[in-house]
Design a protein around this ligand. Structure first.
Ligand code: ADP
Length: 488
């Protein structure tokens, strides 16, 4: 393949990869935007739902009231009157939290049911779970501040709602519950009023089952467009390169043809030039025998030139231009006469022709002239493209299905690669047979044969492997109800 075309192919592949990467980047960006949009949209719908819904709010009141009571008795138990202190903090804090969690556990089922009911009112059509996690609990009085829990370093813990991990959820909102509390400790003279503030920070999380699928489904249009665009660019590049290669091939084939025809024309022209020069010579002019012989040479070369030009003109005809003169032909006789003439033309070579004509005494309507040309082209190629000392050709003729004349020409020649077979019937196409020297041709023989067979509404096929000989088969429809005679 031409270097320029190779560079173009590599450049196109790189452009495609680059284009694909840009598409992937844009799709990823769109995915992020769509995802954020979807999550925000859902978040907005359910944000602070438990604050705004009186039923859910009343459930929150239950654990909040309980927490306050816990704190009172907790502080009381410690027995400190002057400050708010929680004794051995670690143990006490854990105890406080675990007691609170026991409470939320006991009301959780009811809370979840109520939450689902409230959610249903939003008509979100999503499989959504909700939970509250505790972020911070700080208790303060006028002098001291006591951090019961802070999530810096520790993970927020689940307070109420559905169970799912933080990675599976999306944050909905934060809530800050601040309350001031006054209460009395001791009795009689020891009676004393106490006051403390609670700062309780929670965070709400939601878990949407199959959210990725939902987002991807929302992007289906983008995917389809991106895919079609990529396919279009790929198709465009593929088509352009394919066309370019085809054009290049046509140009090569035409150049080859011009080289071949120039080569073919040179010899007769040079001979004619020499002959005319000779005719100017005195000694030739005085010798009538020499004049005749030289004129004979000029005539022969002229005929050769004429034949060459006719060959190019005729063999370039398309099947629509071929005018058939069909006549009933006794096929066995007709084919044998072609084979006999052919054998005469190659008698200097060691050609062994095996005939398997399985049609006896049958009249078939065809154009004798054109079919002779087609068969001879195949037979001549079987000799031309053969390097063997003993050239073996099998010729077979039979009737298929009672209405098809099938002719097979098989040889033991150089064969044709599968790649070359694709173009074999194209005008001017010649295989670059580097190993086989001095084989002249214009690349018209098989083209013309194919056109002749097409004009007969038939097909020409080739089967071959490089170095393993070739089999050319043509089938043409003939008058119905003919039989192959199985005796050979
Ligand atoms: P030409 O013989 O003038 O080159 P053809 O159209 O008859 O043109 O053949 C085209 C090409 O097909 C040839 O160049 C040759 O390489 C290949 N070819 C044709 N017949 C045979 C064959 N029997 N065995 C191998 N190659 C063949």
């Amino acid at each position: 393949m031409n270097k320029k075309i190779k560079t173009l192919i590599i450049a196109s592949i790189l452009v495609l990869i680059f284009f694909g990467l840009i598409q992937a980047y844009l799709i990823n960006n769109t995915y992020q935007i769509k995802k954020d949009g979807f999550i925000n949209e859902t978040r907005k719908s359910i944000s602070r739902m438990d604050d705004y819904s009186p039923v859910l709010d009343s459930v929150n009141d239950v654990w909040q009231d309980y927490f306050i009571t816990l704190l009172e008795s907790y502080n009381d138990n410690v027995g400190r009157v002057d400050t708010l202190s929680f004794g051995d903090k670690k143990l006490k804090q854990e105890e406080l939290i675990s007691k609170l969690l026991l409470k939320t556990d006991s009301i959780n089922e009811g809370y979840k049911q109520l939450y689902s009911r409230e959610l249903a009112k939003k008509n979100l059509d999503l499989d959504l779970k909700f939970q509250k996690r505790v972020k911070r609990i700080i208790i303060k009085d006028s002098l001291y501040e006591d951090t019961i829990f802070d999530d810096t370093g520790e993970e927020m813990f689940h307070l109420i709602g559905d169970e799912f991990s933080l990675e599976e959820g999306h944050k909905v909102s934060s809530s800050l519950w601040i309350t001031q509390n006054d209460y009395v400790v001791g009795e009689g003279e020891n009676k004393e009023g106490r006051h403390f503030d609670i700062e309780f920070v929670t965070q709400d999380y939601m878990n949407i089952d199959g959210w990725k699928k939902i987002v991807i489904l929302r992007m289906i249009g983008v995917f389809v467009m991106a895919f079609l665009l990529l396919l279009f660019v790929f198709g465009l590049l593929y088509y352009s390169i394919k066309n370019l290669i085809k054009q290049k091939k046509i140009t090569d084939v035409k150049t080859d043809f011009i080289n071949n025809i120039t080569h073919e024309l040179k010899t007769p022209l040079a001979t004619m030039g020499l002959a005319t020069k000779m005719l100017r010579k005195e000694e030739v002019l005085e010798n009538s025998a020499m004049i005749h012989s030289t004129i004979g040479t000029i005539e022969r070369q002229n005929k050769r030139l004429q034949k060459l030009i006719d060959q190019v003109m005729d063999n370039s005809m398309g099947y629509q231009e071929i005018e058939l003169k069909k006549e009933p032909v006794l096929i066995e006789e007709f084919l044998n006469s072609i084979l006999d003439d052919f054998l005469l033309s190659v008698k200097e070579k060691d050609v062994v022709l095996t005939r398997k004509i399985k049609i006896v005494s049958q009249n078939i309507s065809l154009d004798k002239f054109y079919i002779t040309t087609a068969v001879l082209n195949l037979l001549e190629n079987a000799v031309k493209y053969n390097e063997k000392e003993h050239i073996l050709i099998d010729f077979e003729a039979k009737i298929l299905d009672g209405n098809q004349l099938q002719i097979i020409v098989n040889d033991n020649g150089i064969g044709i690669s599968a790649e070359e077979q694709k173009n074999l019937f194209e005008k001017f196409y010649r295989v670059d047979n580097k190993d086989i020297h001095n084989v002249k041709g214009l690349g018209l023989g098989l083209y013309y044969t194919n056109q002749i067979i097409k004009a007969h509404h038939g097909v020409l096929k080739v089967k071959s492997k490089q170095g393993k000989g070739a089999t050319f088969t043509f089938e043409i429809p003939v008058n119905k109800n003919l039989k192959t005679n199985m005796e050979e």
